[in-house]
Design a protein around this ligand. Structure first.
Ligand code: F6R
Length: 606
């Protein structure tokens, strides 16, 4: 939610910041803005909508200066208009912010009583006004910023610039991530290492509560008690080429196509040549675990729902799962023989992080499955398992989902082995099956022309239903989520057997029903549910393998034929049609696939 950038450079800052904001635009695109200092004076440009509007504005009305801050916004407080766009300025200070200042109403009231007039409806302007008040009281910029930050409650990553101070930038982090970048006589801050990738690979992540003073000579970091601290500077290897579309029309298309490669890469990190499993030290002995608690949001939650079948069926391990936003407030009892596992692509999702903190000190172990190894969730876990999907830019998660599934499957096999539910030989058989998944995903990508043709029809629908049974049920939910978030068509996922308990009333000839049904032990039952839909004029798209198509295609609207696969790992392979149907339907509708309306990639607010 919102991306921020700060630059103390030796070249013009505006183009550098616009370029960085382009890489941060996945965090929000309601408005964008930058402020710089030129010949001692602070100036800013702000534009509503996509970053391109800000670039156009800068062509007409350029902004000079080698020091600056920039922002791309996902609106929380106040409509997406110019007045609410960042940077917010009060007198000689400008601020960009990612997060929510929870006590902003009280602060605003208090400042209002002292005669401060607000220009915007945002919580962020309060920060600029607070600092301006401290400056007016005679404090130096660093003291004014420090004392103002101390008054803030809530979550924030901030970058602050001062009139007349071309070699000073103050940044702070509480709740929202912030990375400091070290250049050669230049310094940067950014919401993540991706923003800074072409500028530097030397990154220091601020810890919770840290704030820092940047000059071109370096950075001084202070902890929440204002004590100077040292934080590790790491070399972050981010291949900028992997942040480009590589010839694809959208990041989402590129990320769907990358799945055979990234899945093979993820598996290679956790599987040995002799079909044994190689996991990092520090994981619990699952034979002593009596419950696994899995928490996540959105697509990552559906990965947990799928993995629940694996942990229960393969490892006989009771699993409780919940969406993080509910889990954290229902105060579930957690025992010392429970393991808590958090799944997150970004590793920064606010609710998932809060749920993790709730479990810390209660569960025996805090595990995470993340794509960003330096993320807050990874750092606060006892063991973090990276999924090695590479940078995911498209707002709709694709390759991260399948890589999460691959890593969770391996963890379930380890648990099954330790709990005596599977012999080493049986585990090796499953490992061999898992190894075939990247190749099968590659074959599954071959359905693209059929999907494209079907999507032109699906794009005309107002509602679409997705059905699945067993581990295909979470995939039905994921298919519906993917479709609605990028095509804006209303879609629902249901367990096939649940349809007749109400939702079947929605079925008529105008509602396409997409059924995920590999030939597995539940196939005949799913097909019976599909027949119930067809008996009511439902327009069924059956997604199955050649055997399933042979047995059940009659009477369907159409069939997508998938490669034959081991039913245990079918959810990973059947994710491809779920993703592609959403992608091509969105293309047919002409929506903004990579940046769908109202959404942002990294949800760092509650
Ligand atoms: C949907 C999607 C979201 C995320 C969710 C959690 O395509 O991407 O539902 O899965 O916001 O994000 P992470 O995995 O970063 O915690």
């Amino acid at each position: 939610m919102c991306g921020i950038i700060g630059v103390l450079g030796s070249h013009q800052a505006a183009p550098i910041m616009v370029d960085a904001l382009r890489r941060l635009e996945y965090r929000g695109y309601d408005s964008a803005g930058i402020a710089t200092i030129h010949e001692g004076a602070l100036d800013r440009r702000r534009a509503v909508g996509k970053l391109v509007n800000l670039s156009d504005l800068l062509v007409e009305n350029p902004l000079a200066g080698r020091s600056g801050i920039g922002h791309t916004r996902w609106a929380t407080h106040g409509a997406p208009n110019v007045a609410n766009a960042h940077p917010h300025q009060s007198g000689s200070v400008a601020v960009v912010h990612n997060g929510i200042i929870e006590n902003f109403r009280d602060l605003r009231k208090e400042l209002g009583k002292n005669g401060v007039n607000f220009e915007s409806d945002t919580d962020t302007e309060t920060i600029a006004q607070l600092i301006a008040r401290e400056l007016k009281a005679g404090k130096a910029p660093v003291d004014a910023a420090r004392d103002s930050i101390a008054q803030l409650e809530g979550a924030f990553a901030l970058a602050i610039l001062f009139d007349g101070e071309e070699d000073l930038l103050i940044a702070a982090r509480r709740g929202s991530p912030l990375a400091v970048g070290h250049g050669d006589g230049e310094m940067y801050v950014g919401s993540d290492a991706i923003a800074l990738a072409p500028l530097t690979d030397q990154i220091t992540y601020l810890d919770e509560g840290d704030w820092c003073v940047l000059t071109r000579a370096g950075v001084e970091i202070f902890d929440v008690h204002n004590q100077p601290v040292t934080r590790i500077t790491k070399q972050i290897k981010l291949d900028s080429a992997r942040i480009e579309k590589a010839g694809h029309k959208h990041f989402m298309a590129k990320e769907i196509a990358e799945q055979p490669t990234v899945l093979a890469n993820a598996l290679a990190h956790y599987l040995n040549d002799d079909a044994s499993i190689q996991l990092p030290d520090g994981l619990p002995d699952f034979s002593a675990v009596d419950r696994l608690i899995m928490v996540a949001c959105g697509t990552a939650y559906y990965a947990c729902q799928t993995a629940k079948y694996w942990f229960e069926q393969l490892a006989g391990l009771p699993v409780e799962i919940d969406v993080a936003s509910e889990f954290r407030y229902r105060e579930p009892p957690i025992g010392s023989s429970n393991v808590a596992l958090f799944v997150s692509q970004s590793g920064e999702t606010a609710d998932t992080l809060a749920a993790l903190r709730y479990c810390s000190g209660k569960a025996s172990d805090i595990l995470s499955v993340v794509n960003v190894p330096e993320s807050s969730i990874a750092r606060e876990s006892s063991v973090a398992l990276p999924i090695y999907a590479g940078v995911e830019v498209g707002v709709a998660s694709t390759k991260a989902f399948t890589c999460q599934l691959a890593v969770l499957a391996i963890l379930a096999l380890r648990a099954a082995q330790q709990r005596g539910c599977l012999t080493d030989a049986e585990v090796a058989k499953h490992v061999d099956a898992l190894r075939t998944v990247p190749g099968l995903v590659n074959l599954a990508l071959g359905i693209e022309p059929s999907v494209e043709r079907l999507a032109n029809e699906l794009a005309k629908a107002r509602d679409i239903l997705f059905l699945g049974r067993g581990a295909m049920f979470p995939l039905a939910l994921e298919g519906a989520l993917k479709l609605k978030e990028i095509s804006y068509i209303h879609a629902e996922g249901y367990a096939s057997g649940e349809l007749k308990h109400g939702p079947i009333a929605l079925v008529d000839e105008d509602v396409p029903v997409i059924v995920f049904a590999p030939t597995d032990p539940l196939f005949d039952k799913t097909v019976s549910n599909m027949q119930e839909v067809m008996a009511r004029s439902g327009k069924v798209l059956l997604v199955t393998d050649a055997t399933g198509a042979e047995r059940a295609r009659e009477g369907t609207w159409d069939t997508l034929v998938m490669p034959e696969c081991d039913p245990v790992f079918a959810p990973i392979i059947y994710a491809i049609p779920a993703q592609m149907l959403a992608y091509y339907t969105a293309l047919a509708k002409g929506t903004d696939v990579d940046q769908p309306r109202n959404l942002a990639k990294s949800v760092t607010v509650e």
